[in-house]
Design a protein around this ligand. Sequence first.
Ligand code: MG
Length: 369
Amino acid sequence: MERERLLLASYAMFSRQSVGRRYEEPAHPYRGPFQRDRDRVLHSAAFRRLSGKMQVFTGSMGDYHRTRLTHTHEVTMIARTVGRALRLNEDLIEALALLHDIGHPPYGHSGEAALHACLAEHGGFSHNTFALTLAEELETRYTQYAGLNLTEEVLSGQRFRVTHAGQTPLLEVQVVDLADSMAYNAHDVDDALMLGLLSIRQLDQLALVRRSRQWSATHHVVASPQAVRQLLVHSLIDVQVANLLEHSEDLLSEVSGLDCTAVQQVGTTLGFSPLVADERRELEQFLFDNVYRHPKLVEVRGRAADRLRQLFDRLTDRPQLLPERFQNRVNRYGVERVTGEYLAGLTDKACDALFTQIIELGGSDVPQW
Ligand code: MG
């Protein structure tokens, strides 16, 4: 707490201001509450499974591109850099960033869309909501109660990701959200170039890419195409972070001296300059049209979504196949939701194995989690 008092800005979320946890716990001798949250997320099974979950590109497309886990680390790194520069609470930021994608189902966004369709009459499926279900109910520790017993600040930050409504979130929550998009804007460009789905020439149409290439041209001499790609990704992150910091420092100078609650009431919203915000939208739209809807990806993802649908139908017909801890939830939540939860927790490979086992072989051996 002394360290926070010396280092953080007035509008940061200080550990001493934490509302606390659902189940009260004594203070830890050398870790603050948000450090403990970070450790709980890092030690959760759902977090480890991120290594087996695709981000945009599947495991069949090589091993260069990001997985959900490496994406999470990139988000965490960018968010902590921004948080430190703005003198926000880096421990809270780290916990929020490590948590932000643990609810992703297998097979990326097509997996999510497939589960959402399966659960259309049962509340739908959202990875942001499922992250909360994992953190509050499905993850187990050595304690008497279900869930990770995270602080209210981390849980409400994740809740904001679900609704994007209500009170302006803490600045730490905003930073993680912005870092998420800065990370994927840059790494999806890198991965798509490496996979040959895009060319530098195509990307040069985009204002943010031109800005990034000019930015880097002043610092480096680049020869090989590989170095061009790497430098572009580095500059895309640098340009976005630098712009965010510059724009946000101006905004924050207007609220200096206020505490985090007052800043939420004022509604301070961090962001980019209007020009760079437009350029980011242009890049995101370009990625959407040319990468996420690329025929190669559409085909692979169509197959993945089809597998999830078949698995959902089989398991809702025969819920006795589900692991016991899921069967125990059926009375309370209904077989559809519980089946969705079970499938959402699987890695891509575990989901493939389950498909082989119960659909292709007609067996009953299902992975536990
Ligand atoms: Mg993310």
